[in-house]
Ligand binder design. Structure first.
Ligand code: AP5
Length: 213
């Protein structure tokens, strides 16, 4: 199964992709995770990407398309994948089509998660993550057992640099202008399904699995 998770920042794409990936045994490929790891390790990609991420802007298309092209060559993506946060622009979506066509493959479903802005902001400002094992928490909705420490590996939880109010506003703006057109793009191809992102993670997951069958 080849899936794309689309939706605004903080809607819960990563949370749902993590669950589905574990249940269906297909990799979750997140450009955000790949870029943050590169920033953490201070690789040349990370140095290049940092100012875009911290400013709430998109990393240039050529860079992220290159990341996905390389990642798609790995054996684990041959049986399927969940793309979380890619594509985010029409040129990225077009590049993905050509990449998959080379292996006679295509996307089965695009899941567009939807949620009201006030709740998106609440989810983003309350998010805390573990830089060691990438576990994601929320101060109110999914708090760690011990304050500021990861339940899994006891790492010290951090707030993402782009989860500051000003950057969140910018990310939402960028989402509307550059990523929203993809909803129409995939609707026209007949592969788009809309998912109500409100409610508990379990409720959203039930809607997701119903939509992909
Ligand atoms: P990326 O990491 O992709 O960020 P995003 O799309 O903005 O999405 P988020 O990770 O913020 O949110 P999410 O929807 O995954 O929500 P989550 O599950 O964590 O991108 C970051 C940056 O990298 C971009 O701004 C850009 O600079 C760059 N980038 C990445 N991809 C790129 C691309 N293709 N092109 C160019 N640049 C790119 O949930 C959020 C919080 O809510 C968590 O605390 C979680 O615990 C909680 N939560 C989740 N679900 C629920 C629920 N149902 N109820 C209550 N709480 C919930």
């Amino acid at each position: 199964m080849r899936l794309i998770f689309l939706g605004p920042p903080g809607v819960g794409k990563g949370t749902q992709a993590e669950r589905l990936s574990a249940q269906r045994r297909i990799p979750k490929i997140s450009t955000g995770d790949i870029l943050r790891e590169a920033v953490q390790k201070k690789t040349s990609l990370g140095v290049q990407a940092k100012s875009f991420i911290d400013g709430g802007k998109l990393v240039p298309d050529a860079v992220v398309i290159g990341i996905i092209r390389e990642r798609m060559k790995e054996a684990d993506s041959k049986e399927g994948f969940i793309l979380d946060g890619f594509p985010r622009t029409v040129p990225q979506a077009q590049a993905l089509i050509s990449m998959l066509l080379q292996d006679q493959r295509s996307i089965d479903r695009v899941l567009n998660f939807e949620l009201a802005d006030d709740e998106l902001i609440r989810r983003l400002t309350g998010r805390r993550s573990c830089p060691n094992c990438q576990a994601v928490y929320h101060l109110e909705y999914n708090p760690p057992k011990k304050p500021e420490l990861c339940d899994r590996c006891s790492g010290k939880l951090i707030q993402r640099s782009d989860d500051q109010p000003e950057t969140i506003r910018k990310r939402l703006e960028v989402y509307r202008s550059q990523t929203w057109p993809l909803v129409r793009f995939y609707e026209e191809q007949g592969v788009l399904r809309r998912i109500d992102g409100s409610g508990t993670p379990e409720e959203v997951y039930a809607r997701l699995t119903a939509a992909i069958g």
